[in-house]
Design a protein around this ligand. Structure first.
Ligand SMILES: Cc1cc2nc3c(=O)[nH]c(=O)nc-3n(C[C@H](O)[C@H](O)[C@H](O)COP(=O)(O)O)c2cc1C
Length: 358
């Protein structure tokens, strides 16, 4: 196991990749809230290989970023090799000069074998590669050949006729450092039951490799169930971190001081124990349960939103692209729809502050 992965106390907590969401600002917020590693959104290997300006911009980082795994997608092993080389050179350049070039938070390269989005799948990339094991292997080999960084892959429990187990059997002799398994099939997309058995089998097939279970983790309880049922080394959290980046800290807290299980996820209270704050069931539970108790922690939600916006403005001119994140923070609050209406129009920090003052 590479030194990088052996340094973490288990369970390892990862912010899973989300296109359009896991940018620098959100990655920093999640790191500050207890995530151990954070993924970029998927980046086109072809785009990087061609040195496309927009694609290269996705490799710009902010001070404070660390433990970033760059995720690549594509179909062409040669492009993956070139993209990997560029990531390496970028790291080298990072160490030398430039106002932001001294920042090199990249700790790993990941290959996307799980994306079902039509525009990715139809090109033969993402989840489609689980049905093209030979090509998948060539891609992983090309990445491994061109980097000393730990290489990881993200897979689904099944894509058409190929199970995660068969896919891993085919690749398991390669020095892959980590596997994140989304416990849903391609057909399930992003909802439905998690196949814990498949994740457990992958850990059995790869006892010396870090295996992270992913899918449906929206609370400490969900993380506990995933870890208990699969024996995996940690969890990858995607949508469960939206509007509640403190989920990582809550899970950490539970495992550092096991006690009564938290059935809900709460933001950290200033000077207090997060477990006493109550924001029942932001997701998946009875919305009527939120009510006045949600308002108790409104100051903490507000300060997290402002911190998020300030980080975001370090790389963006206005808050328009952040609106989709902001609305997640008010989900389940009694006045959510009124707040939502305002948040989807916000552009500046001053406007956001005004909305949150009330
Ligand atoms: C908006 C969105 C964007 C996503 N983008 C990516 C991506 O770029 N790469 C990837 O491997 N998975 C991507 N995923 C999948 C997630 O990483 C994760 O596997 C999936 O959402 C299940 O986890 P969750 O139940 O915690 O959300 C995306 C999911 C969502 C909802």
């Amino acid at each position: 196991m590479p030194i990088f992965w052996s340094k973490f106390k288990k369970p390892i907590l990862a912010l899973a990749p989300m296109a359009g969401y896991t940018d620098s600002a959100f990655r920093i917020l999640c790191l500050e809230n207890g995530a151990d590693v954070v993924y970029t959104e998927m980046i086109s290997a072809e785009g990087l290989a061609r040195q496309n300006k927009k694609t290269l911009k996705m490799l710009e980082f902010l001070p404070g970023e660390k433990n970033v795994i760059v995720q690549l997608f594509g179909t062409n092993p040669e492009a993956f090799g070139k993209a990997t080389e560029i990531i390496g050179k970028r790291s080298h350049r990072s160490a030398v000069s430039g106002p932001r070039d001294d920042i090199n938070p990249i700790v790993g390269i990941d290959v996307n074998f799980g994306c079902p989005a039509k525009k990715v799948f139809h090109t033969g990339a993402g989840a489609a590669l689980m049905n093209n094991k030979k090509m998948a292997r060539e891609i992983v080999e090309a990445v491994l050949k061109n980097t000393k960084l730990p290489v990881s892959i993200k897979i689904r429990s099944q894509v058409k006729n190929t199970t995660a187990e068969e896919f891993i059997e085919y690749l398991k002799d390669l020095p892959i450092a980590m596997v994140m398994v989304h416990g849903r099939t391609l057909a399930q997309g992003f909802s439905g039951e998690i196949n814990y058995e498949a994740i457990k089998n992958i850990k059995k097939l790869l006892p010396k490799v870090i295996v992270l279970g992913n899918g449906g983790i929206n609370s400490v309880e969900d993380a506990r169930i995933m870890l208990e049922k699969t024996g995996c080394d940690g969890v990858g959290i995607a949508r469960g971190a939206l509007g509640q980046p403190w989920i990582f800290g809550d899970i950490k807290k539970y495992y550092n001081h096991p006690g009564p299980i938290l059935h809900r996820t709460t933001p950290p209270l200033k000077g207090g124990d997060a477990t006493v704050a109550i924001l029942p069931f932001r997701r998946g539970g009875a919305p009527t349960a939120v009510g006045a108790e949600g308002l108790k922690i409104w100051p903490e939600i507000k300060s997290t939103m402002l911190a998020h916006a300030k980080l975001f403005l370090k790389q963006n001119e206005n808050l328009i692209p952040l609106r989709k994140h902001l609305v997640h923070y008010v989900k389940g609050l009694p006045n959510a729809s009124e707040l939502r209406q305002k948040l989807i129009q916000v552009e500046t920090l001053a406007e956001l502050e005004k909305i949150l003052k009330k």
